[in-house]
Design a protein around this ligand. Structure first.
Ligand code: ADP
Ligand code: MG
Length: 676
């Protein structure tokens, strides 16, 4: 079949095969699916439309026989004049002395090269005798390694195609080929390497985009289905009455969106399958309350719960608020990296004996010395800050708890259906009533005095402010230095009637805790901080968020920071101090002032940054596609997702038309079965 080694192609020996291997090409199939990464498109345009320094293609009649001059060793220059649309254009060609004989006066010639619009001169890189056959020509450009040139590589592709083109089998079901008018796989492969025109190329690409997405979606959805059916799940028989009374003890009524999400999660917990669910909700939408109820559900079913958060500050804060909410209902403990020695041993022993019902902590929670007797539910807050690896650790410890990931970074629909195609998703898309929209302003640095006066007025009214110091990405140290400087500056400015606090990553856990407590108790009115306060921190009395050098942050991060205010009943403000140089920076500031809707913001962020940057490259685990692009082709992605779910719902993989897809997936299915 087409899985045969490349050496079976005429003209490919061991030596060439070795080079191909460095490009991860081993089989004929690898070879044929090694598509160009871009195409040079030559289009004939009138002279006056040509752009200086661009690569252009022109055709004309040679006026004189070319003249050839040699210089240096073996170096030559060939020059001649061509009449193009009645204009004399000078052509220059280097080191192609042999062309002198071919190019003759009064004959047509097509030239491609760099255009000098001032001198009406073309430096030729490519020429063809005669007129252009078509109005345009497309040249594929491959990403090659070693001795290959794109041209040489294309030759090999050409040989391979001659050899094996008939062996390229269709894999997409005829139903969908017809429905979307996609070219056959055989034709599409040929076109990708030797496109005749743009339209043909577009359809070939369309075909592969759909193929990649459909297979990907089928894999993801199969995986999710397996997960659902897996018997190693966890059934939690919680006490609904106790839950109801717990919810009644809250000082507020749950929003409809909270209730809806809660119901979905509790259903999963009750069910014997293992929950794998993402809870999305904008900052301040009340995810913590929902998390608390779910943790309590585990406790009433006789099991333990764990809440993992990304920072110690956040762990501390959740610990306090949960203790307050739960009262006598459950034993709650805080376990972070700074709990050490004897204290730690005592705590881990209690966890092991289930003397503790709920543990809150950073990833210290899942480290080697922590064992749970009966872990029913794990909640991971701000999950994108946890590496994929850390998520697996619990499972590898032989624990099969229900898992709920929570995130306040609204994940764009486009990414959610790919990155999390294997998860169920609940969304809290509603803020508790009575909240006022945060007013966001974008100002220049020279207005700082006015901003400080504004802060003073608010503080006089009993409110509080955050000031985020400039971020220096390359250096932790400079970051902190900046914060310290700003802190001193503000202290001097306000002399002693306003107390300033300082928060950054180098403080010890105790120091951080101390600062946060003082801020929460309004003993500190203005908190200068690096971005460590970004996630989850909740001080409802703070109404002003000032962000220095805001252009250095991504939209999601700005939104997170902004989410630290607007948590109470009072009007809140977010002030972005920024002087962005580039268009993207300006665009970001504009978007921030225009919307407070996290979902809309995240879509825009994705457009500006691209998917790789969205979660940070390392953690993203984003799938890679050969042709498709998740952002630009997301409509195709949605189509493929819907088709995949129809295929699986109706068990169509069993049918004749789906044999090829099925056999491709089978390998994947086997792998999954080993995993579970
Ligand atoms: P998130 O974790 O989603 O950012 P929190 O759970 O911290 O949001 O909630 C933000 C604030 O809103 C908290 O002070 C919380 O007590 C309060 N809150 C939560 N749910 C409601 C509700 N249904 N009605 C009013 N206030 C609520
Ligand atoms: Mg369950």
């Amino acid at each position: 079949m087409i899985q045969k080694p490349v050496t079976e192609v005429k003209g490919i020996g061991e030596k060439v095969a070795e080079q191909l291997a460095t490009m991860n090409i081993y089989t004929v199939e690898d070879m044929l699916e090694y598509f160009p990464y871009r195409y040079d498109i030559f289009e004939k345009k009138p002279l006056h439309e040509l752009i200086h320094d661009d690569k252009v293609t022109i055709e004309g009649i040679v006026v004189h026989d070319p003249s050839l001059t040699f210089y240096g060793r073996k170096k030559s220059r060939l020059t001649f004049t061509v009449e193009v649309d009645g204009v004399a254009v000078k052509a220059v060609m280097f080191n192609r002395s042999f062309a002198k004989k071919q190019i003759t006066s009064q004959s047509w010639i097509t030239l491609t090269g760099k255009w000098d619009a001032h001198r009406l001169q073309i430096t030729v890189s490519n020429y063809q005798l005669g007129r252009m056959e078509e109005k345009s020509a497309i040249k594929p450009i491959y990403s090659v390694k070693g001795d290959f040139t794109s041209y040489k590589f294309q030759k090999l592709i050409s040989n391979t195609l001659k050899d094996s083109v008939t062996e390229i089998k269709e894999i997409l079901p005829a139903t969908y080929l017809d429905q979307y008018k996609l070219p056959s796989r055989e034709n599409a492969v040929k076109t990708m390497h030797f496109p005749k025109d743009r339209v043909e190329l577009k359809h070939a690409r369309r075909r592969f985009i759909y193929e990649e997405f459909l297979l990907f979606q089928l894999k993801m959805q199969l995986f999710r289905k397996k997960h659902r059916e897996s018997t190693t799940g966890n059934r939690q028989d919680f006490d609904q009455e106790k839950l109801t009374s717990f919810i009644k003890s809250f000082p507020f009524k749950l929003t409809d969106a909270q209730n809806r999400a809660l119901k979905q999660i509790l259903n999963d917990m009750k069910d014997p399958h293992r929950m794998n669910r993402l809870l999305q909700g904008d900052v301040g939408s009340g995810k913590t309350a929902v998390a608390a109820i779910c943790l309590y559900a585990s406790v009433t079913s006789g099991q333990q719960g764990a809440l993992m958060v990304p920072t110690e500050i956040l762990a501390e804060q959740h610990f306090q608020s949960l203790q307050q909410m739960f009262g006598e209902r459950a034993e709650i403990a805080l376990l972070t990296g700074s709990v050490k020695g004897k204290k730690r041993r005592e705590l881990t022993e209690k966890i092991e004996n289930q003397k503790i019902d709920i543990v809150i902590g950073t990833h210290a929670l899942i480290q080697g010395d922590v064992f749970f007797k009966n872990l029913g539910l794990v909640i991971v807050d701000e999950q994108h800050r946890f590496g994929v690896e850390q998520r697996r650790v619990l499972r590898d410890k032989g624990l099969h708890p229900d898992v709920l990931f929570m995130t306040a970074t609204p994940i764009p629909r486009t990414l959610a259906i790919t990155a999390f195609g294997d998860m169920d998703v609940s969304v809290i898309d509603q803020l508790p009533s009575g909240r006022k929209e945060i007013e966001t302003l974008w100002v220049k640095a020279n207005t700082f005095d006015r901003i400080l006066d504004f802060v003073r007025k608010r503080v006089d009214e009993g409110e509080q402010a955050y000031v985020i110091s400039p971020l220096i990405e390359e250096s932790d140290k400079l970051d902190i230095q900046n914060a310290v400087e700003l802190y001193h500056q503000l202290e001097a400015y306000y002399s002693d009637d306003i107390r300033i606090g300082l928060m950054h990553g180098r403080l010890t856990a105790n120091e951080k805790e101390d600062v946060m407590r003082q801020f929460a108790e309004n003993k500190i009115q203005v908190l200068v901080s690096t971005t460590v306060v970004e996630v989850g921190v909740n001080v409802p009395n703070a109404t002003i968020m000032i962000i220095y050098d805001a252009e250095r942050f991504g939209l999601s991060q700005l939104h997170q920071l902004r989410g630290r205010v607007g948590r109470g009943e009072k009007q809140s403000y977010c002030i972005l101090i920024a002087e962005p140089k580039g268009e993207i920076g300006k665009e970001r500031m504009r978007i921030m002032t225009e919307t407070t809707d996290g979902f809309e913001l995240s879509e825009q962020d994705l457009q500006l940054r691209g998917p790789g940057d969205f979660f940070g490259k390392k953690q993203s685990g984003m799938p890679e596609f050969k042709v498709a692009d998740m952002v630009h082709d997301y409509r195709a992605l949605e189509t493929a997702r819907d088709d995949a779910s129809i295929i699986l719902e109706n068990n169509l993989l069993e049918e004749e038309d789906y044999q090829q897809v099925r056999s491709i997936l089978e390998e994947e299915i086997n792998r999954m079965e080993k995993l579970d």
